[in-house]
Write a protein that binds this ligand. Structure first.
Ligand code: ZN
Length: 218
């Protein structure tokens, strides 16, 4: 399909509720009512501080399902803009470079894109900090959402990631990006792997946070 013909079929819709739009990516109603987080939070072991733009509920959840499983990679630009807004408010400095929680090669092959990598690249464009792949997932693990219990989730991801480009990583303060933070087991394993490989400090940023409460503006 050529670009011109594709344009004829492309109808801009709200990223969150799929309402047809004249312009932009988010409708006025969603702009007003999105469940925004009002501060930073802890809860990811080995990370100093975490920021998420939204709570993982309702239409945020539905939007992320389209992003991850229904080929809507284009949502990454709007998601990154929301993460960038949250960072500007609650974590404007203290980190040097961006990296992301990678999916396994197996899942990457099936999905054809890595949802957190796209967020890291878009975020890099917005904030001007470099996005670097510092982690690879060395084995395919069952999805965290299919595992019950915090201890079992932690066991599922322990040792699942390996740091790469360790020479560049040494002494850096890293912002680790993912799409969703749930129990924090995956992000904390990635943070631990980065620290073991020489990173000075790790912060986390996600589009959405499932469960729990933020700690307030800090
Ligand atoms: Zn909407």
């Amino acid at each position: 399909m050529t670009g011109h013909i594709r344009d004829l079929f492309f109808i801009p819709k709200c990223v969150f509720c799929q309402r047809i739009l004249d312009s932009g990516c988010i409708c006025e109603e969603c702009e007003r009512s999105l469940p925004r987080m009002n501060g930073s939070f802890r809860g990811v072991e080995f990370a100093e501080k975490c920021v998420a733009a939204l709570r993982y509920e309702g239409k945020v959840k539905e939007s992320l399902i389209r992003y991850k499983f229904m080929g809507r990679q284009s949502y990454s630009a709007e998601y990154a803009a929301l993460i960038n807004d949250a960072l500007t408010k609650y974590l404007p400095s203290g980190w040097d470079e961006i990296t992301f929680v990678p999916i396994s090669l197996f899942r990457r092959f099936k999905r054809r894109y890595d949802q957190a990598e796209l967020l890291a690249l878009e975020l890099s464009r917005l904030c001007g900090k470099r996005a670097v792949r510092y982690l690879v997932k060395r084995r395919h693990t069952p999805k965290q959402s299919q595992i019950r219990g915090a201890a079992a989730k932690r066991a599922n991801v322990t040792g699942a990631y390996r740091a790469v480009r360790k020479g560049e990583l040494r002494g850096k303060r890293i912002l680790l990006v993912d799409d969703i933070i749930t129990t924090g087991a995956t992000a904390s394993e990635c943070a631990r792997t980065l620290l073991m490989a020489g990173a000075e400090r790790v912060y986390c940023a996600a589009l959405a946070k499932a469960g729990g409460k933020e700690e307030g503006k800090s």
